[in-house]
Design a protein around this ligand. Structure first.
Ligand code: LLP
Length: 410
């Protein structure tokens, strides 16, 4: 988002104009920013055989998926519905990694039938898989590296108490199952968590995976998951992707040499690719002063962006209706019947009723985690590409609230 001609713009498109055209609340994505992020990651790992598997769950609009495909990524899907969405968006089955958790064997079978790579994260499932498919269908195994890292307890998933993956301490058991069923393991996977700043954490995950990989023959790839941090707060820094690239690539090359095979290295970033591209534009319904604070009440809330409530996440907010003038401190709240504070005690250009606020870093886990709570409608989505705004999802209507409800005639 830049300022030009007294306006906030993306690729020369005025954000205020977009709200005039499409209304509020509105999700807006800067397609060029997404392409730049993909390129950054590709460049950081240019000396190894990198495969990016974009974490679909972060932002799953089919146009975003198509943009990723154009940029040369594959995808990671965590549900059979995401698998179908990715196929619908044009990904070939072999570009899709399916990383489910706590799903039924029937869902795994469905995914096998669709021809995607299956990432198995528990021992009973390995056994079912072995009984049913034996060596026929290649698989990846998700290991839990027991690393505690990530921006928040709720998004740290690689520690010992986490439900995800097979404990690295159970590797011997895994090897026995692999042998007993003659499983065709071609990949190993770890994902430590989300919002990880430190390159050393990725390196530590890599070392753990190398140790495990030494026990397997015939591997074709190692998947290090996602989790790169993006800068949410002013003064925050993002993961130094070049540093991660240099360090992890060097270690990876050494490992490949030792292993005697030129393996692929996979990453599954969500936030890194789409978070900063996204803005949630909301309209001020009320400015309300109490003896304690001044609240700005907007036409959105936890139903559209749950991250502040769910993870105490910080999202920068800008009053894009005013470039100049005095600043005041506000607490920005939603219209939901809950204490849905979006941002507390923020300095903004003086806010008036009707002003449009831009909530930044809303690309990842924004729309994709939205709901109809309070029977509110979900926002429209707009993608800006080559200086043009495209509506990529229509705003919901009241009919959507009633859809699938069955009136039993009471
Ligand atoms: N791979 C796997 C197996 C994952 O579970 C995740 C995220 C990713 C990749 C992508 O992680 P990322 O690069 O986006 O950090 N809703 C939370 C984040 C939950 C992440 C869940 N898994 C948030 O808004 O912070």
């Amino acid at each position: 988002m830049e300022t030009k001609d007294q306006q906030y713009q993306i690729q020369g498109v005025s954000l205020i104009e977009l709200t005039n055209q499409f209304g509020t609340p509105l999700y807006v994505y800067d397609g060029q920013k997404i392409l730049d992020q993909v390129k950054q990651l590709q460049d950081a790992f240019s000396t190894v055989k990198l495969k990016i598997k974009y974490a679909t769950k972060a932002l799953s609009n089919i146009n975003i998926l198509k943009l990723m495909k154009k940029a040369g990524t594959g995808v990671d899907a965590v549900s059979i519905e995401e698998v179908r969405l990715c196929l619908h968006a044009g990904f070939a089955p072999n570009e899709i990694m399916y990383t489910p958790n706590s799903v039924s064997f029937e869902e795994i079978q469905e995914a096998v039938a669709l021809g995607v790579m299956i990432n198995i994260d528990n021992i009973p499932m390995l056994e079912h898989f072995g009984t049913y498919y034996g060596h026929q269908v290649p698989i990846c195994i998700r290991l839990n590296p027991h690393i505690l890292a990530g921006g928040n307890a709720k998004i740290s998933v690689g520690h010992i108490d986490s439900k995800f993956g097979i404990s690295i301490l159970q590797l011997k058991h895994v090897l026995k199952v692999v042998e007993a069923y003659d499983l065709n393991v071609i990949g190993l996977h770890v994902h430590t968590g989300s919002d990880i700043l430190d390159a050393e954490v990725f390196l530590k995950g890599a070392e753990i995976l190398f140790d495990a990989a030494r026990e397997f023959k015939g591997l074709k790839f190692l998947d290090f998951g996602g989790g790169f941090k993006v800068a949410y707060k002013p003064g925050d820094i993002s993961t130094d992707i070049k540093e991660v690239g240099n360090k992890v690539s060097a270690a990876f090359k050494n490992f490949c040499q030792e292993y005697g095979s030129d393996l692929e290295i996979w990453f599954e970033p969500g936030k890194f690719l789409v978070s900063e591209s996204g803005y949630l534009l909301v309209k001020t319904n009320v400015v309300k002063s109490t003896p304690a604070s001044t609240f700005v009440g907007v036409d959105s809330g936890l139903n559209h962006l749950i991250r502040p409530m769910m993870y105490d996440a910080y999202h920068s907010v800008v009053n894009i209706s005013r470039l100049e003038g005095p600043e005041r401190v506000y607490t920005i709240v939603g219209y939901i019947c809950e204490t849905d504070t979006i941002a507390a005690d923020r300095k903004l250009k003086e806010v008036k009723e009707g002003d449009i606020l831009a909530i930044k870093n809303a690309g990842a886990y924004g729309f994709s985690m939205s709901s109809n709570y309070n029977s509110r409608l979900r926002p429209a989505e707009v993608l800006i590409l080559d200086g043009k705004a495209h509506l990529i999802r229509e705003r919901e209507t009241f009919e959507d609230i009633l859809r699938h409800q069955v009136d039993i005639g009471l």
